[in-house]
Design a binder for this molecule. Structure first.
Ligand code: FES
Length: 175
């Protein structure tokens, strides 16, 4: 296949280039705050390859964020208080009823892994925040509990749990 390119960029070419540059800067800015532990190279990750995450550096009461399939993933090492709160909820009273056990892995209940995108309009909620010791979305005030379940505000559903498995006690594979 051959393509003839004109030597002089047209105005439309310029707009494409400018738009691409702005999008690139935006993507870098958005990615900057996140701690990433990506094993394959970035293009492979972008294509949806599974990633492994070492949990060793995450102390109780802390979290890390990684990117998987272009989405921010929160990994929380929950405190005992958070786990107790998550388990003691009357599930039938929840807007999107789900047990904590259904959202965590047996034997690894301290770990919560959720997609960090608010189910209302897609903002990134803050972890360890809000009235339910879980997540708070600053955009319109949705409150998620320590299991990532929606408890208050306009968001209609829980933060999704991505597919993941424990490959050892201190390492998970997402995807
Ligand atoms: S996007 Fe989170 S509450 Fe609206």
């Amino acid at each position: 296949m051959t393509t003839e390119a004109s030597a002089e960029p047209t105005r439309r070419d310029f707009l494409y280039i400018a738009t691409g540059a702005v999008a690139g800067v935006g993507a870098i800015a958005a990615a900057w705050p996140f701690v990433t532990q990506m094993n394959p190279d970035a293009s492979t990750i972008a294509a949806g390859a599974p990633i492994e995450v070492d949990l060793t550096p995450v102390a109780e009461g802390q979290d890390i964020k990684v990117f998987w399939r272009g989405k921010p993933i929160y990994i929380l090492n929950r405190t005992k208080k958070q786990i107790e709160e998550a388990k003691s909820v009357d599930v039938s009273s929840l807007p999107d009823p789900q047990t904590d056990a259904a959202r965590t892995k047996e034997g690894h209940e301290q770990w919560l892994v959720v997609v960090g995108i608010c189910t209302h309009l897609g903002c990134i909620p803050m972890a360890y925040a809000g009235n339910y010791d879980g997540f708070f979305c600053p955009c319109h005030g949705s409150q998620y509990d320590s299991s990532g379940r929606i408890r208050q505000g306009p968001a209609p559903a829980n933060l999704p749990v991505p597919p993941y498995t424990f490959v050892s006690d201190t390492k998970i594979q997402i995807g």
